[in-house]
Design a protein around this ligand. Sequence first.
Ligand code: MN
Length: 413
Amino acid sequence: MTTFQHGASSDTGRVRTANQDALLAEDGRFVVADGMGGHLGGEIASQLTVDSMAEAAKPTSLDDVVVMVRDANDYVIDYATKHPDVRGMGTTVCLLMALSTDGPDRLAVANVGDSRLYLRDRRGLQRLTRDHSLVEALVREGRISADEAAVHPQRNILTQALGIDRRVQLDVWELVPRNGDRFLICSDGLHGELTDATIDEILSTNPSPQAAADALVLAACEAGGRDNVTVVVVDVADSPDDTVLSDDTVLPDDTVAPDDPVVNARLGVVTRSVPRPMAAPPRPEPVASVDSGNDTSPDGSLRGPGVVTWRVAAFAVAVVLVLSGLLVAVAMIGRGGYSVVVDDTGTVVVLQGPPDGFLWFNPTIEVMSDIDITELLPADRQNVRSGPDFGSLDEARVYLEYLTTRLISETDN
Ligand code: MN
């Protein structure tokens, strides 16, 4: 019988005024949700998700967990339908849950969005979930490197989130817990501020899960704390008859052979299933494009990524360059960068150059898509209206491809 010791901590961080993250850590259910949306929307979406999961019946199978996530999704959507002031809100969810079964112990993992589950065992720290984000898709397709992804201006765009679409797709699978495993569930306020090496270091030097959770949150705040930070640390121990790990137990390195098939089997994922939602689009990759925002505009819309920052940066750079007489460089700035916007006729297009022009440079249309803004789902529409910008035409085209897969078709509605 598996037992857990856990610690949990959450902080608004050093920049935001509200904490839109929520967590659950009780009764073998460990959940982190990172909400987005103005007018309290983010806080509501993440809290509704966590509440919904706290109240659900105890899961005994992966199917139960899938239902639990879908119910939370419906719960958030239904709430937003009744409360227009929070329309457009959404949330990530990343969870680890004990499945109550008669057989061997099993843990269920489920993920939607860019909160993460890590496992730290004798082999070190491993990330078990993939992010549902535009940059992770770009990395998987080999278009940008992991280092580029970490600083990419569009790294907040999620490709899946709860509360946006009834057809949410999730990753879900089982794993077999082992004595001494330490799991970490966290929002992007943690993994956006700290490297995996730092996270590993903190987890390894804090035997108590609560101390580890507190130390991780503190470190993320001290590293900048630009986003809300939420952490749940879960230690796995067996029943008292078995080897019980005290908080101070240091595990000998040779307890598990490196090629232990059980370890490999569980990391290779005992059962992995990515259930297809009803009326799912026919592609394997999740494609709803939602600005995770994590920071939101006061009017309740999802955040327009990076536009203001770009203008401010471009202006500062321009002043320096003009003073230096480097007009050629100014021209490069005026022409550089791509943004996806809607033209006068409602068609989604890719512009080269800042959408509002820059000095005497006017943006030019590089790509006319076949997408009409009215054919997009509300979340995508909001996202496009925010004018997301991209470093290369290639990346802007990938974004158009995502949008194309999301077009509202007769069969979907
Ligand atoms: Mn966040």
